[in-house]
Design a protein around this ligand. Structure first.
Ligand code: GCU
Ligand code: CA
Length: 652
């Protein structure tokens, strides 16, 4: 008899562990259909020669960002980390994400909106070159920030959310200095996704490619070049190529920043940056855009309980196993023996049959003890001893004779609600009560609903009493009351947890409002006449250069912290401030640009390193109009687990 042991909405074909599969699925669309466009998009050549990347000629500089900004081309082109503009050579912080490189097990460079990279001047030395990179912006269009920047004696080329802008002595316009923009409706980067971005410059002619699709081709531009004559008799020399602006060797080449203090740097990740000394042809770009598609081993595993056995079947791709080990983990209810905060799993091996020949694709695990939940993992080993593991991220339930209750939680990505489904064995259910917490320990969980009779429940993101916070993982339990009043509580399981949509908010956070410890004073007033503030109000500095807001915090753990300044700016321009820590510059410029209205609030985010001990933080207006209105200062621990604490310092 086939027993249904997993609630039906749980996907039965279980996904491979880890990022390997995620990588492939995220990038699966690369090189696919181009975006819908109003302007004609050139057809991809039907037959393009696909070289390997190594065979593409003219590599000037190459960075894989595997924990370093060193050049791998052999041309001595190591990059240098800078602060929020190319001139801030003694500031800046580029980190590396070990789990999010474009390749399996590779790292990517993380740009934090306050830092960038400067490359040696000579990686580009003419108006013939190509730039290829993988980019994962944190925000979508209009907030991407500069990705690539090139400057030479007042001439510049910038790649950002508006495409490519070239200014300086371009050779256009009456004075030969008209700015050229190379862009199209199809220049759209997607937030939170890896995509391949490349552009080529061929004697000043620009082509731009996203995921191997040419989204801008020289010829789209409509600019009056040199205009001769006037009125009906006038004629223009139309051309799309700009002058050779970059051959005199005094270039500044940068990633993520420009030379302008007022430009907010790029925020997101960049990987596999390559610069070539000629305009690559389309086939080369396609080769580059395919760098990570269909890469790495992949497996899928399905598991079914067919009483009294578990039946496993799997496929593996891009890996040739010589042997296969099967590991069965048993889930046990959280108990005293297990480390705090982890979901306890006990590894067991199902007998002698656990080493299989590499060609086998199914296995029957005989007489699995009932009343337990199991997770299977396959460990594939190839002839050279490489190991690839893949397994269920779910559990297989083998029913027993005792009352048993379980809840599964899944984020609905359309509604952003978390949907729960309940499962019981041997219980005549009367009602369900739902408990929720942000850790897998039930003792301080909150009861979010009771007297539920349906076996499903929707935990609403916008629930007034129990809203779901961005990026927070919630653990759920059910307490099931049967018709006799007997109560069965479900254990904390991985499948009983789900992560709410949005950015993760670190657990250890300090928010300083005007009325909390840590707020010392403001050169101005604490006001509350514009809506949307948190706490008692906001700090309105006098509109003068040098006016400041002061806070004091105690840092227990030296390390990296996110700093957020929540602000509103109903005026037109940026109202930046410099942030000092104990008198030394910490953030050279906290940008506080317009939010459109005094009641529209935004947060300026920076990443800083804070030393241990008490720190006076000041934010001082750099312009004659003072700061924007400031609602709060928020510090989040990135490395450690403790945010700073606010020190009582109110100035009388
Ligand atoms: C307005 C606004 C204030 C703001 C001020 C300013 O007066 O109401 O909240 O601080 O403009 O420009 O600084
Ligand atoms: Ca003001």
């Amino acid at each position: 008899m086939r027993t249904s042991i997993i609630p039906p909405h749980i996907v039965r074909v279980l996904r491979a562990f880890s990022f390997l599969l995620m990588l492939v699925s995220t990038l699966g669309g690369c090189g696919g259909d181009g975006p819908v466009s109003s302007s004609p998009i050139p057809e991809k050549p039907a037959d393009y020669p696909v070289d390997s990347i190594e065979l593409i000629a003219g590599l000037r500089a190459s960075y894989d960002f595997d924990g370093t900004v060193k050049d791998l081309s052999g041309n001595d082109a190591d990059a240098r980390v800078v602060g929020h503009a190319t001139g801030n050579t003694d500031l800046g912080d580029i980190s590396f994400d070990a789990f999010d490189g474009i390749h399996a097990l590779s790292e990517a460079a993380v740009f934090n909106e306050i830092s960038g990279l400067v490359l040696p001047a000579n990686v580009i030395y003419s108006h013939n070159f190509s730039v290829s990179l993988w980019v994962k912006p944190e925000s979508g269009r209009a907030a991407v920030g500069p990705i690539f920047f090139l400057e030479s004696r007042g001439n510049s080329l910038k790649l950002d959310d508006a495409g490519i802008t070239v200014s300086g002595a371009t050779g256009f316009g009456r004075n030969g200095d008209e700015t050229l923009t190379y862009t199209s409706d199809d220049f759209l980067l997607t937030a939170g996704e890896w995509q391949h971005l490349a552009f080529t410059v061929d004697d000043g002619n620009v082509d731009i490619y996203i995921n191997g699709d040419r989204v801008y081709e020289t010829g789209d531009i409509f600019t009056n070049g040199l205009v001769f004559g006037t009125g009906d008799d006038s004629w223009a020399l139309r051309d799309e190529s700009f002058n050779d602006l970059f051959s005199d060797g005094s270039n500044t080449v940068a990633i993520g920043v420009t030379n302008a203090e007022t430009d907010t740097p790029f925020k997101g990740k960049i990987d596999s940056l390559r610069i070539f000394d000629s305009a690559l042809y389309y086939g080369n770009i396609i080769t580059l855009s395919r760098e990570v598609v269909d890469e790495g081993p992949m497996a899928s595993l399905s598991a079914d309980y067919v009483s009294p056995n578990s039946e496993l079947a799997w496929t593996v791709a891009r890996f040739t196993p010589e042997t296969i080990n099967i590991i069965r983990d048993r889930f046990v209810a959280p108990g005293v023996l297990e480390p705090e905060g982890s979901l306890p799993i006990v590894a067991t091996l199902p007998g002698d049959g656990n080493v299989l020949d590499g060609s086998v694709t199914s296995f029957v695990d005989l007489d699995v003890p009932p009343g337990q939940s199991y997770r299977y993992t396959l460990r594939f080993t190839d002839a050279e001893g490489h190991i690839f593991e893949s397994g269920m991220d779910d559990f297989l339930r083998v029913p027993g004779d005792e009352p048993y209750a379980a809840v599964t939680a899944m984020l609905n990505e359309e509604t952003n609600n978390i949907e729960l489904a309940f499962y019981t064995e041997n219980i005549a259910v009367a009602t369900y009560e739902i408990l929720r917490d942000t850790d897998p320990d039930i003792t301080d969980a909150s009861s979010i609903a009771a007297d539920i009779v349906d076996n499903t429940y929707i935990d609403e993101r916008s629930s007034e009493a129990f809203p779901l916070k961005n990026g927070t993982t919630y653990f759920y339990w059910i307490r099931v009351t049967d018709s006799d009043g007997k109560v069965t509580t479900s254990p904390a399981m991985l499948t009983a947890s789900a992560t709410a949509a949005g950015d993760f908010i670190p657990l250890s956070v300090l928010v300083i409002e005007e009325n909390t410890d840590g707020f010392c004073g403001v050169d101005g007033l604490i006001e509350s006449n514009h809506d949307g503030f948190e706490g008692d109000g906001f700090s309105n500095t006098d509109n003068e250069m040098g006016k400041s807001i002061r806070w004091r915090v105690n840092v227990a753990e030296p390390g990296a912290y996110n700093v957020y300044v929540r602000y509103a700016n109903g005026a037109a321009g940026n109202r930046p401030g410099v942030m000092h820590a104990n008198g030394a510059p910490l953030i050279e410029q906290v940008n506080l640009p317009t939010t459109g209205a005094w009641a529209s609030w935004a947060s300026a985010k920076y990443v800083v390193a804070l030393p241990e001990g008490e720190i006076n933080l000041t934010l001082t207006a750099q312009t004659a109009v003072g700061l924007s209105n400031i609602d709060s200062l928020r510090l989040e621990a990135i490395e450690g687990s403790n945010a700073p604490t606010g020190v009582a310092c109110a100035e009388q």
